[in-house]
Design a protein around this ligand. Structure first.
Ligand code: PGA
Length: 265
């Protein structure tokens, strides 16, 4: 099975774990059990600082023991006087393949705007990274039936990216309804509802935006928001190309269960 056909399962560790020992233990447990997955591409996105340690601990510099690595953010320039920033080129040179961009937590707590996200998308594609571009509506917006409008606004940033067409295969979109992220009671979106949102995203991408860019077909669309081993399969069966997993990716047993459940489909 080629990489393009495999289901993607992304582990978004967010600001966890707080020690290298814990990060290595979590990574090693995951790698041992799902590093050889045939149908699933597992992407580990730890905090920046753990990345080189985990990469070094992996089998070969090329394959990282069957897993891919991603970062949870990056800057919009490749190098220069930008104190505290990590550029897409640094990540690429380190061996990262993916980068999560536009996550709702960064939009909410770090003030990331659509404009900033557009610049980061552009720079990441230029460096050869595969962005996982997060979009999604709040509970209030959903209740007001503004989901399509919000998704459209968020997706509109793609129109600002001149190098999109030549890199379209590298783009992944994660539909993450904000009301379903990190819920204490595991309140994920119902697969049927998520599927409706995926249809809206495709409509926006393929009908409204494709007038300028007929090549947008081929973008992978993932689901994220309280995904776990109990519901993972349902999202893939509903048509999603993969999952962005937060909380459940910090529990090796649970995360392995998710990957295994998709390896059987
Ligand atoms: P969650 O997080 O799985 O804990 O809801 C998903 C995400 O924010 O990417």
């Amino acid at each position: 099975m080629s990489n393009e056909q495999r289901t993607i399962v992304v582990a978004n560790w967010k600001c966890n774990p707080t020690s290298l020992e814990q990060a290595e233990a979590l990574f090693n447990s995951i790698k041992k059990r799902v590093g050889d997955s045939k149908k699933v591409e597992v992407v580990i996105c730890p905090p920046f600082v753990w990345l080189p340690f985990l990469m070094r601990a992996s089998a070969s510099a090329k394959s990282f023991g069957g897993l891919a690595f991603g970062s949870q953010n990056c800057f919009w320039e490749q190098f220069g006087p930008f104190t505290g920033e990590i550029s897409p080129q640094i990540l690429k040179n380190l061996g990262c393949e993916y980068v999560i961009l536009g996550h709702s937590e960064r939009r909410q707590y770090l003030g990331e705007t659509d404009e900033i996200i557009a610049k980061k998308l552009k720079a990441s594609l230029k460096a050869g990274l595969k962005p996982i571009f997060c979009i999604g509506e709040t509970e209030k917006q959903r209740k007001q039936k503004k989901t399509k409008q919000i998704l459209k606004k968020q997706l509109d940033v793609l129109g600002k990216i001149q190098n999109l067409k030549s890199n379209i295969k590298n783009l992944n979109i994660a539909y993450e309804p904000i009301w379903a992220i990190s819920t204490a009671n595991g309140m994920a979106a119902r697969p049927d509802d998520a599927k409706q949102a995926k249809i809206l995203i495709e409509e926006i991408l393929y009908k409204e935006l494709s007038t300028q860019r007929p090549t947008v077909r081929g973008i992978k669309i993932l689901y994220g928001g309280s995904a776990d081993s109990g519901n993972a399969k349902e999202y893939i069966e509903a048509g999603f190309d993969g999952l962005l997993v937060g909380g459940a990716s910090l529990n090796a047993k649970e995360f392995i269960k998710i990957v295994k459940s998709l390896d059987k489909i």
